[in-house]
Design a binder for this molecule. Sequence first.
Ligand code: MUC
Ligand code: MG
Length: 367
Amino acid sequence: MKITQVEAIPFAIPYRKPLRFASGEVHAAEHVLVRVHTDDGIVGVAEAPPRPFTYGETQAGIVAVIDSIFAPQLVGLSLLERETAHARLGRTVGNPTAKSAIDMAIWDALGRGLDVSVTELLGGFTDRMRVSHMLGFDEPAAMLAEAEKMRDSYGITTFKVKVGRRPVFLDTAVVRALREGLGDSVELYVDGNRGWTAAESARAMKEMADLDLLFAEELCPADDVLGRRWLVQQLDVPFIADESAVSPADVTREILGGSATAVSIKTARTGFTRSQRTHHLAEGLGLEVVMGNQIDGQLGSLCSVAFGAAYSLTSRRAGELSNFLDMSDDLLAEPLRISDGELTVRPGAGLGAELDPDKLRHYRQDS
Ligand code: MUC
Ligand code: MG
C-alpha cells in the first residue's frame, strides 16, 4: 500500500450551457485528473477543478504544483499515513483543490485496497443524498424553465439561486418568479458570491422576506467585517460561509466573529481529510451544513456525495450535486444518475468510479 506515483492529467470538457455567477463564469471544465498509484497495483482517482476567481488556482498551476512539489513529498508513504500526507501538503500554503484531489485519490486507493467504500471508511451513515441544483444568472423565465426541467426530469426540489447582480431587483425578481412558478413545496436559497454590499444584501433579503428562503450564502464579502456582522445579525435564516471559510480555522473565525451561522463543505477544496475536520467542528458548534458544489464534474460530484452520505449532519440537507448535468460529456465509464431527486453513492470499493479510457484519451490535454 505504498504510494509509487502521483499523476496530474489536465483535461477539458465543454459545458453545454455556461454557469454565470457574481464572481465569475465557467464555459468548460478545465480540470485536472489526479491518479495515485501504489506498489500493489491500486490506482485511486479524483479531480481538481481550478477556480482562479475564488482561490487563485489555474489548471497549469495545479499540474505544476503536483508534479514539482506534492508528488515527491508523497512517494514512499503508505496509504494509511494520511495524516503524514496531510502535514506534508500543508507545508505549502494555498493550492486547495490540488491538495484535495490528492487527498481524495489516496482515500479512494485505500478503499479499493481494503475493499470497502469511502463512505463506509468515513462514517457510513447512509448511501444517498437529496440533490440541490444551482441556477446561474439568466432572465427570470429562463431560470424558472431550468428549475422546472430539473424538477420534472430528475425530481429535484431544492434550488440554490445565484444572486449578487445590480440593481438587486434583477435577482429578487428571479427568486420571486421561482417561488410563484414552483410553489411552496420547493426549497429555495440564495448565493451572492460576495457580489453585493452588506446594505444591498439587507435590502434584497427584506424584499424577499415573504419568499420562505432556506438560507443565504456569501451575499457580501467577509472582509467587510462589521457590515457583514450587521447583516447576519438581522437575518432570520442561517447565513452560510462558503469561500470565506475554506479551512476549519476560517470557519471558527467567521462563526465566532458573528459573520456566518452555517457552513458549506466542498470536498473539491478540503478533500476528505480536511472536510472531516470541518464536519466535526460544525457538529461541535451546532451549525447547519450544506454540501456545496465547486462546479464539479461527475468524479467531483461522486466525491461530494461519498462524503456527504457518510454523516448525519452532512446528509440532512440537500447537497449541490447536479451541475455536471450542464457538461457536454464526462470521464466516467458509467454516468451518474439522479432520480427521484437523489444521488446515491456508487456501490463498490473506494469511490466506485471507473474511467472510460477512450474519453480520457479524447479529453486529456497533455498528449
Ligand atoms: C458556489 O457555491 O459559490 C461558484 C464559484 C465557486 O467556486 O463555486 C461556485 C458555487
Ligand atoms: Mg457559494
